[in-house]
Design a protein around this ligand. Structure first.
Ligand code: ATP
Length: 337
């Protein structure tokens, strides 16, 4: 049995089934992410694990014990929310030490632990400040420290970085991952941001409509999406119906009879041939582009089929509006679904 084991968890809100027989295994010391679009049930799953909500069916085991019926306070699980939920009238020191004071630890031990935490989150000099004196990123570091100081068996994080601006968010993603690895803490992180999930996770569980549809390392999910939902959610794959793509490919014998869809990563489609075996999609019309930093995603169309192609951002290679080009794909890059 894994460190945290979720078995056949089921949850209904009225007539809506929000979680459908969810199984989840989390190994000790790992950071796993629940990734999925809004409303797929990520927060509900987290709240059931924390004990803030009670499931309609299923079991939860932590460190070999059945915790399904235990109250939230007795589960040894802490949670960090998007809204930092700090006590506004307490200093940073008092916020962080709160859980230890509740446990009635002696002052010296509390002081040592708080100072260690403050140093881990790089906020030693803010010990006497109040939450209102801190930036959003600093407040979230304090709420992280407050949750970690009681040494929970598992830390649950519900979109903890969503309220932060892009730069701070990137910094905290890396800081959080470093902290998790240094402490060997078991964490379950909820996000709808696939790049965030890729960056910080040991394992990602992709959720859709109340179910975990695929689990794997970031690399596994990116390389081998199991269906078109995962392919489009994780890698911005082009997903084509077989009937639509077969007629426009120069050679469609790679598409077996039982294939329903073909997924192709935008970065493997080329404007020049790379191999003799490349399949060609002829006379695609260039429509527009999205500049995504180092990558420019160019959108082409042929016979009503949209094709996204990722090019390196380079002023020399900007396509001309409405120009027609041939696109080249190595058949080994077809993901047959
Ligand atoms: N207390 C509740 N009462 C009724 N329905 C609820 C309740 N909490 C959640 N739901 C519904 O359950 C579904 C899943 O919600 P949940 O918050 O778990 O999704 P999520 O994946 O975390 O979404 P988001 O990323 O938007 O937070 C949604 O349809 C939501 O409206």
């Amino acid at each position: 049995m894994s460190f945290l084991q979720v078995e056949k968890l089921e949850m209904w809100f009225g007539k809506q089934q929000v979680l459908k027989n969810v199984d989840l295994s989390v190994e000790q010391g790992k950071l796993v992410t629940l990734l999925g679009p809004s409303g797929c049930g990520k927060s509900t799953l987290l709240r059931l694990i924390s004990g803030l909500e009670t499931a309609n069916g299923g079991n939860l085991y932590l460190d070999g014990k059945d915790i399904s019926k235990q109250s939230a306070q007795n589960r040894d699980i802490s949670m960090v929310f998007q809204s930092y939920a700090l006590f506004p009238n307490m200093t940073v020191y008092d916020n962080i030490s709160y859980g230890l004071r509740v446990q009635k630890l002696d002052k010296k031990t509390i002081h040592q632990k708080v100072m260690t935490m403050l140093s881990l989150i790089h906020l030693e000099e803010k010990s006497a400040a109040f939450p209102s004196d801190l930036s959003g990123g600093q407040q979230q570091r304090v709420s992280l420290a407050r949750a970690l100081i009681v040494e929970p068996k598992v830390l649950l994080l519900d979109e903890p970085l969503s309220a932060l601006d892009a730069q701070i968010r990137k910094e905290l993603q890396l800081e959080l991952r470093t902290l998790q690895q240094e402490l060997g803490m078991t964490m379950i992180f909820v996000t709808h941001d696939q790049e965030e999930a890729m960056l910080i996770s040991d394992t990602i569980h992709v959720m859709h409509d109340g179910e975990i549809v695929q689990s794997g390392t970031p690399e596994e999910l990116y390389s081998y999406p199991k269906n078109d939902f995962v392919a489009s959610f994780i890698g911005h794959y082009n997903c084509f119906e077989k009937e639509k793509i077969a007629p426009i490919l120069s050679d469609s014998r790679y598409l077996h009879t039982d294939v329903k869809k073909v997924a192709i990563r935008p970065e493997v489609i080329k404007l020049e041939p790379q191999n003799e075996t490349d399949c060609i999609i002829r006379s695609c019309q260039y429509l527009r582009r999205d500049v995504l930093g180092n990558i420019v995603r160019c959108h082409y169309q042929i016979n009503g089929v949209d094709i996204a192609v990722d090019l390196l951002n380079n002023v020399e290679t900007i396509p001309k509006k409405n120009e027609f080009v041939d696109l080249y794909v190595n058949p080994k890059d077809f993901i047959l679904l």
